[in-house]
Every structure is written in C-alpha cells, then in structure tokens.
Write a protein that binds this ligand. Sequence first.
Ligand code: 4AD
Ligand code: MG
Length: 501
Amino acid sequence: IRSIILRPDGGSGLAGQQARVGGWVKTGRKADKDAFAFLELNDGSCAGNLQIIVEADKGDLGQLVLTGTCLQVDGVLKLPPDGKKQKVELQVEKVIHVGVVDASKYPLPKTRLPLELLRDYVHLRARTNTMGAVARIRDELSYATKRFFHERGFRYVNTPNITTSDCEGAGEMFQVTTLISEAEKLEKNLIKNPPPSEVDVESAKLIIKQRGNDVAQLKSAEQDGKIDYSQDFFARQAFLTVSGQLQLESYACALSTVYTFGPTFRAEKSHTSRHLAEFWMVEPEMAFAELEHDMDCAEDYVKFMCQWLLDHCMEDMEFFADKIDKSCIDRITMSAKTPFARITYTEAVELLTEAVKNGKKFENHVEWGIDLASEHERYLTEVKFQKPVIVYNYPKEIKAFYMRLNDDSKTVAAMDVLVPKVGELIGGSQREERYDVMLSRMKEMGLPIEPYEWYLDLRRYGTVKHCGFGLGFERMVQFATGLDNIKDCMPFPRSAGRADL
Ligand code: 4AD
Ligand code: MG
C-alpha cells in the first residue's frame, strides 16, 4: 500500500494497473443500497489507507465492512470518479482471502482507545494507527543507528545478555538460575514415580539434598543470599545484563571503535513514565578518545537520528504532531539543526539554585552533590535552554565506579545528554584507564575485586584512554513521538508487576 499511496502523485500515475493488496479493514461502509462497499484498508506499511471498492457479488459485504477483518484482493487501480482527491482507489475484481472478525468481541473498536487501555491488548495493538507508527519509527531509528555507526567505522559487537558482572554496580539485576526449577522438577518426579521402597525414598531425598537441590532449602538460602551456585547451570551466579559496556570495552581496547545495540534489563521498581524493566540500549565505545569526543559523538548521533526522522518519516511524524504532541516536529527539527548546550554539573546546580531564588518550586531539594531529578532535567532543557543540554563532570559519589576521576578528585568525567520532554536520553563517560586509580576507587566504593579482575586486566595490559555512552532507545522514541509513557514506545513492555505474552 505504501508503494501505491505514498508516491508523489498520490498513486494517480498507477491508474489502470492491476494490483494485489492485503491488509486489515480500518473502517468500512456499504453504499448504494448494499450494492457495494467502501473499505479503508491498512497493511501497516505506512500510516495511510488505501480505499477499496467491493461489489456485492464479490463477497459478504456485511462481514467485509467490519473493523479488523483481514482481506487480500486483486483489482484495478483507478482515479476516484469525482476527481477531487488525487489518491487512487482499488476496484476489487477478486477476493482472495478473508480473515473474519467477530465484531461483538473484537477489542479494538473503530474509535480511538486510550493508550493505557490498549496495553491490555499488546498482541493486537500493533494494528492501531499509533502503535503502527511507533513500530515504523523504531525500525527507522534502528536502521539510522546502524548507518550512523557503520559509516563512521564503528564495528557492531554482540555483547552477552547473560552476564556475571554488574556493570552499573547498582544491584538492579535480574538473576538467571535454574536451581529452583530443577529442584522442583526432581521433587515432583519423586512424588510421581516413588522409588520401590521406603529406604529408596529416603536415599533419593538425600541425593537431592546433597546436590543442594531441596526446594525449601534453596528458597530460604536464596532469601539469605547464601545460596551455593556451584551446582547451578553456569556453576556461578549469573544475571541478565544491565548494559553491554564492560564487555564492549574489551573490544574497544582491540578494535578501537565499536558499538552494541541490544536489550538490557533492570529490576527497576520505580513506576515512572520513563522506566522499563527491559529496554534497548545503543552503546558506542571508542579508544584513543576523551570526554569531549564522547560528547561530540553523542551530539552527532542524536542529530543524525533527528535528521533521519525528518528525511524519512514525515508521514508518521505528522501523525504524532496531529494526534499526540503538536510540538514534536519542531522539537526534532530544532534538535537536528541547533548546537546542544554544554554545561558542567556545577553550572547546572548554579542555574537551578538561581531558579529557586527566583521563585521556581522543585519537589527535590537543590544543592551540589544531588543526583539531578527529572524535574531538574526538564527545567534545564524546556525552560532554561529550550533545547538538548549536555551536563558533564558530575560528583563522583553519584556516578559509577568505572568513570574517570578528574584532577579535582571530586568529580568524574561523566556526561548526560538531557532532552526536552524526556530528560536523560544518554548517559556516558570517559572510562578510568589508570589501573591504580581504578583499584582504589573500587575499594573506596566497597566493590568486590575478584569478579572484576578481567576488567582490571584491560588496564594491566595495554591500557588506553577510552570513552563511550549508552542511549536509551525507547527514550529516543519517546523524544521523537512525544508519547507520554515509555510503555507505548516498546512493542511488548515489561515493568514491575507486568509482563504480558
Ligand atoms: O545512564 P545509564 O545507566 O548508563 C549505562 O548503563 C552505561 N553503562 C552506558 C554506557 O556508558 N555504555 O543508562 C543509559 C541510558 C539512560 O540515559 C537512559 O536513556 C536509558 O539508558 N535507561 C533506561 N531506559 C528505559 N528504562 C530504564 N529503566 C532505563 N535505565 C536507563
Ligand atoms: Mg544514567
């Protein structure tokens, strides 16, 4: 349908040609005493629908007009008789497939459902205009990402989803274990197929216990944090990754410029409109580079994506501007063209303090040392600068262990890219490349050294200045579309208390 209706001539140049199209009926109505029906068909290839005309002898019009019906047809493209609209229509010659809908039960009516309600139907919501547009924007941004990095010589590296390292040291990791399920299976088997004698039952139970696989024992040990993982699948404690950064650093210290783009997982209990338990992150990592290069790369990358949206996604962007957030096109245009503001954390705190003095009320207290709250980020980007702002050199206390200590010994070479509407879009830093400094920082923070020995090796052998950042992909989608909730920027969102399908 896209190749027909998104032509510059609205498809009129195709009039007279045969076409086969398939899609789902958005709306339909019978006309001329049920002699034929007009259907608006959408196949998700673009936001627009193709109008198709079916005569009564070609199919059951009562069924075909129902929203949600799937239809594949052969026909001839023709200009509408009134000639006012430029878009072509399809006169159906043969119906090839009909996937019927029970209209009394179909959960997606013709009228728009609130996005919040649609989240109860994540398996069907891709058929709505909004979620179709989100899916296309995601795909375009993902393609733009690969283009951007590939064209600049970055190699795409697949970092692991299952890991034994806590990158952020924030303890927000989901654990991967088979212990309890294996123990449960063993116990169930024992109940279903008891060994022949009482003695055998006891010895079987003993075997289970010896293997550390007693369910009750495991569950309580897990609670106490005293579980013995040597019997587990990986023979040690393993987690879903919160970031590919640490492993990516090992490739940056060999291939120089690399990036990864994959799912990351965080056991975030916070119920906000900006957090997901599973989200995608784009993470470049560059050797022979310092914080300033990091900021340049982040700014270029965000600008490249914004320009991509303007060049390739205007039909969907106009939909979002019309239905969701009227300022989204202006915001993206401005971000593509205007240099981002760059201020130190200290300057950011000064500006916020000044705002408080001038009567601005924040819920969170402002003083040097605080982590910037979302309301602070939004003040800086939406009120003070009215464009993206890069804040750098944060206090070391509020940032991760791997960030490079600055000469003042108080701040680290970290940078966050903040954008209007969303707040923090990117978090990055120059990495600590000095072995001694890193080791003493880790000790100061009370981190266990053994699990990070491999990471310290990167500093022991052939160390180099390097830096990188992570962009939250769903936050980029939120920035582009203006959607209020990040759950609508992800096809199948996962959050505390919720994982459908
Ligand atoms: O600032 P973060 O935690 O940085 C890192 O993970 C670094 N290891 C990245 C790196 O330097 N390679 O996360 C990076 C970005 C954030 O700026 C935010 O956009 C997004 O990931 N993000 C989330 N997005 C959705 N849901 C969550 N729970 C998120 N947590 C972080
Ligand atoms: Mg961050």
